[in-house]
Design a protein around this ligand. Structure first.
Ligand code: FEO
Ligand code: CA
Length: 675
């Protein structure tokens, strides 16, 4: 499949579905390892790999110090907890549904003013200036940084992954299939202002209701339009990062396609740059609209492996920095993890190049039992890899020193062997094949071309690694969302045509997240267990409402329990279920049992989720409501537009299109969720 097939495919109705189709294009040339791997060789031996839960290292290290992320540390002690709630009935309609006994309140919607001087949202008269002071589009990652002891005030940190022009702007329709004919410089700047992230102060009243503190002193928008950022680590200052506007190779304007993310133990926010390739443009295209890259271009091989330029947006028509004809090195300034200090609205966000460059899905952190900072990160593309970063130093109470941990450490990529071991392969210049002979002149090259380095060291091509979630006991959960293009399985990705995805559980050696090896097992294979051909694997206690497809984001709650959110894209018609949030048992006899807690309105993807440390509040993000697969919605059966959407969630105002929104879930009358 190539770009011209996608933009001309009449079955692809909108931007979100086009993105999904682009995800379907593998760029990994190194797939021979998977073909001929022994299929399912180790099934039946899985039980022996289920390790015992270790003692929580983080708690031992820090006790009740001021560090912000103790919730993972609390995990092990309560890992056998069951989820107490009556599950939601699966299905798909124009609104959201939460388990009985819970309130699901709309907290923040696209366009909501988040500054004291922000104008009210006027959907028919949008401007970039207004959008820069309003909540952005397509909320994905949600994190909460408490500002007081009891966690009733805090900063919500939200990523705005991308924009859907067809339901965002009146009279425009889908643009990527018609050469962006209707896009104006003004609309392009609004799109840019709606990307990035938001920091928003929120507070809970005595009745338990959360609301936005509009004049919060730390409220902030971060965008690709105007937010100045710095680069740190091995690639900072590299000649391949030098651009016309920055001959130092250490600065960049903005961040894009921020999907999942994470919070560090010291309370900074990590924004993962995912499909950055889609934003780069060239005027040099063939008759089918396919980019023509001069083979003499020194970045040609890198462009190829990363899918640059994607041409998903027309920004490169009006801004040179998105046009590789004018700024050939600019793509090298994207595809990183960005650290933001939400407590300081004047701080300069930093792209940490030591964490590698790929289609970063998320960046969930933990503190290993030896005190090192560890970050699990997926590269969301078919046949790409699972990564882990381990700092050289250890986490302390010194905030400034902690940030340096993101500049000095080792990036590893995973090899999953059929004997049930996972080996973390270091990506270090001069080691193994990562030498000048193979095009790596320094560690900066290794980080800029992380994917090519990982190809060479023999990482295992996976079924689209999305979010990954460590737990304080040395366990990590890896979401493999799907891979319909896999022709033959390998041990860790056992199903050919894996339409529904699976989840891998890793137990690091010694319960230590910084270990360079561990064991792995498959927790569930997703899809309908009633259809034999699907090959699903669930605990038989799972009801017809409880099984799911396409795991995407995930969270560990204060009781150490795993929650999974799904993104089936336009494939939801294959399950008949909207995306949602599921509680998934990981321990004991109930392991592999799933229950549906919340479901999205039609066309929406379930993002977040984030539980507060007291376990009483859950933040969820409904991304792109009304867009994905609306042709499968009985009675609607067409692609949504601004004027004619499949749902007008959450306002249900005939003058308002659907709006991506953050939902806050609490128990009626208060108390811990699902306890
Ligand atoms: Fe933005 Fe891979 O989901
Ligand atoms: Ca995601």
């Amino acid at each position: 499949m190539k770009r011209s097939d996608i933009v001309n495919d009449p079955s692809i109705g909108n931007k979100a579905e086009a993105f999904e189709a682009f995800d379907d294009i593998p760029t990994n040339p190194n797939l021979t390892r998977t073909i001929g791997d022994v299929i399912n060789a180790r099934y039946g031996r899985r039980d022996m790999l289920r390790g015992m839960l270790g003692v929580s290292a983080t708690t031992a290290l820090f006790g009740t110090s001021a560090l912000i992320a103790p919730k993972q540390a609390q995990a092990a002690a309560h890992a056998d907890s069951r989820y107490v709630f009556d599950e939601v009935t699966a299905g798909n309609d124009e609104t959201h549904h939460v388990a009985d006994g819970y309130d699901a309140q709309i907290l923040l919607r696209w366009g909501d003013p988040i500054m004291a001087d922000a104008p009210e949202f006027d959907v028919m008269n949008q401007t970039a200036t207004a959008q820069l002071k309003q909540f952005g589009y397509n909320n994905d990652y949600v994190g909460f940084v408490p500002l007081n002891e009891d966690g009733t005030r805090g900063l919500l940190c939200v990523n705005h992954e991308y924009t859907n022009e067809e339901v965002m702007f009146p009279g425009l329709g889908r643009q990527d299939s018609d050469g962006f004919a209707g896009m104006t410089p003004e609309l392009i700047d609004i799109e840019m202002a709606a990307h990035g992230g938001s920091v928003v102060e929120i507070a809970q009243d005595d009745a338990g209701k959360w609301s936005v503190v509009r004049d919060g002193k730390m409220n902030r928008r971060i965008t690709p339009l105007d937010t100045a950022m710095a680069l740190s680590g091995p690639a900072a200052g590299h000649k391949r990062l030098m651009t016309n506007d920055d001959p130092t190779g250490t600065k960049v304007i903005g961040t894009i396609n921020n999907c999942a993310g994470g919070l560090t133990p010291w309370g900074t926010w990590l924004m993962a740059e995912e499909n950055f390739h889609g934003y780069f443009w060239t005027d040099n295209v063939d008759a089918e609209g396919k980019p023509v890259i001069d083979s003499a271009n020194p970045e040609a091989a890198s462009y190829e492996r990363y899918g640059v330029p994607g041409g998903w947006y027309a920004w490169g028509k009006t801004h040179d920095r998105w046009n590789i004809d004018r700024e050939p090195n600019m793509p090298n300034k994207f595809g990183w993890v960005v650290e933001v200090d939400p407590m300081d609205p004047t701080s300069t966000p930093v792209k940490h190049t030591a964490l590698g460059r790929f289609r970063h899905e998320g960046a969930e952190t933990t503190v290993a039992s030896d005190g090192k900072l560890v970050i699990y990160m997926g590269d969301d593309n078919r046949f790409d890899y699972q990564y882990k970063y381990v700092s050289n130093g250890t986490v302390s109470d010194d905030r400034a020193a902690n940030t340096k941990l993101l500049e000095d450490g080792t990036l590893y990529v995973a090899r999953f062997d059929e004997d049930g071991t996972v080996t973390w392969l270091p990506l270090v210049h001069g080691e193994g094949p990562l030498t000048a002979e193979n095009g790596f002149n320094d560690q900066g090259d290794v980080m800029i071309d992380t994917r090519i380095a990982a190809d060479l060291v023999g990482a295992t091509p996976m079924d689209r690694p999305e979010d990954a979630q460590p737990r304080g006991d040395g366990t990590a959960y890896i979401m493999l969302t799907n891979n319909s293009r896999r022709e033959e399985g390998n041990a860790a990705n056992p199903r050919p045509q894996n339409n529904f995805g699976h989840i891998i559980e890793i137990k690091e050696d010694g319960g230590n997240h910084s270990a360079t090896s561990g064991t792995w097992s498959i927790l569930v294979k997703c899809g309908d267990p009633a259809i034999a051909d699907v090959g699903a694997q669930w605990n038989p206690e799972t009801s017809e409402n409880g099984w799911f497809g396409s795991p995407d984001n995930c969270a560990i709650d204060a009781n150490g329990r795993l929650w999974i959110s799904t993104d089936q894209g336009s494939n939801w018609g294959k399950t008949g279920k909207s995306d949602g949030l599921y509680a998934l048992e990981t321990e004991g006899e109930t392991r592999g049992t799933s229950k549906l807690f919340f479901r999205c309105p039609v066309g929406g993807e379930m993002c977040g989720p984030y539980f507060t440390d007291n376990g009483e509040t859950l933040f969820l993000a409904v991304q792109h409501p009304g867009t994905d697969g609306t042709k499968d919605l009985a009675g609607f059966e067409r692609a949504s537009t601004f004027e004619d959407p499949a749902t007008r969630w959450p306002d249900f105002d005939p003058a308002m299109p659907p709006r991506p929104s953050v939902v806050v879930v609490t128990k009626k009358g208060g108390g811990k969720i699902a306890v």
